[in-house]
Design a protein around this ligand. Structure first.
Ligand code: GLV
Ligand code: GLV
Length: 334
């Protein structure tokens, strides 16, 4: 009998086509995620062997119990804070994710936000678009220099390192923090001329012109930046978040922007996510806040590679082989 796979969204065709070559594949066609109950009902009625999900799906124990045949959950994302990994392990269900392929693409976006916040490009566009551009201005939209600045990286994993490496062209000094010092990463960065120094969280916050977050969302990192942390940052500091919204306390960020504890923030991830257009924090935009809708990995090529990897994980899981990129037992320091 042909194994069955339920897919919770239209992922790039290269992944779906590959799955359809071997399996009976049912794809949720909605623009918004299916309700968790709908995922459970579909897994049950298909007796599904595999599940492909997104970071916007909540994959809890009940979902994992919906089909007795379920052998693999393959998420189209590197992050897996939306999956109950312990419950999957208990049930011997393999869990795959997509590390590596989106590292450079996400690092590109972190720099896009960093440069945008430093040089006020979104404000500049709004200004021109509003027909306010009457003359060249000596004090018009002056921002922060990026070159020779101090860049603080919270979490020097794959993406954090890729962000730091890009600092070579700007001559930045890098400070980084995390649970442990990473001499291998420091050496890798030194090779391209980036001097990366391991410091404690408070020193990083106090000394960095730019702080960029690259930790997974876990019990330890949730709310990593709250009021006390924002108060430690220089008043012109710029915060960049391309990791998970929950790493930042949104109310504290709102207060920090309102009181001028920090200068600006560029967020690709938010809490709540999606951020409703009438959320109070958006009153700071775009002078103090620029938000993009979780597009860190969104290049055409990377999304295709993520789809391939997602399919490869399903294939291995259904065959009973080790997944090419398993989330179980992974340190998750993306
Ligand atoms: C797929 O078509 C679904 O309804 O889940
Ligand atoms: C994106 O945030 C991902 O986890 O892939």
């Amino acid at each position: 009998e042909t194994p069955t796979v339920y897919v919770t969204r239209q992922i790039p065709a290269v992944g779906l086509d590959r799955l359809r070559e071997r399996y009976e594949v049912v794809v949720w066609d909605g623009k918004l995620p299916p309700a968790t109950e709908h995922i459970e009902a579909q897994l049950a009625s298909l007796d599904a062997d595999g599940l492909v999900c997104l970071l916007s799906d909540d994959i809890d124990a009940d979902v994992l119990d919906a089909s007795p045949n379920l052998s693999v959950v393959s998420t189209f994302s590197v992050g897996y804070d939306h999956l109950n990994l312990a419950a999957a392990a208990e049930r011997d269900i393999a869990v795959g994710h997509t590390p590596g392929v989106l590292t450079e693409t996400t690092a590109d976006l972190a720099w896009a936000l960093l440069l945008t916040c430093a040089r006020r490009t979104v404000e500049g566009h709004a200004y021109v678009d509003a027909d306010e551009w009457e003359t060249w201005g000596p004090r018009l939209l002056t921002g922060a220099d990026v070159h020779d600045a101090t860049l603080g990286i919270v979490g020097l994993g794959k993406i954090g390192t890729a962000v730091a490496r890009r600092g070579a062209g700007f001559g930045v000094d890098v400070l980084y923090t995390g649970p442990t010092r990473k001499p291998d990463r420091e050496a890798e960065l030194a090779e391209v001329g980036v001097d990366a120094t391991f410091v404690g969280r408070d020193e990083l916050l106090a000394e960095s012109d730019f702080v960029s977050l690259h930790v997974p969302l876990t019990a330890e990192t949730a709310g990593f930046l709250g009021e006390a942390e924002f108060r430690r940052m220089p008043e012109d500091a710029i915060l960049i978040n391309t990791s998970r919204g929950g790493v930042v306390d949104t109310d504290a960020l709102d207060t920090a922007l309102a009181r001028g504890w920090i200068g600006r923030a560029g967020l690709d991830v938010t809490d709540p996510e999606p951020l409703p257009g009438d959320h109070p924090i958006l009153r700071h935009a775009p002078e103090r806040l620029v938000v993009t809708p979780h597009i860190g990995s969104a290049s055409v090529g990377t999304r295709d590679r993520m789809a391939e990897m997602t399919a490869a994980n399903v294939e291995a899981g259904i065959e009973g082989d080790d997944l090419p990129t398993s989330a179980l037992g992974d340190a998750g320091t993306e």
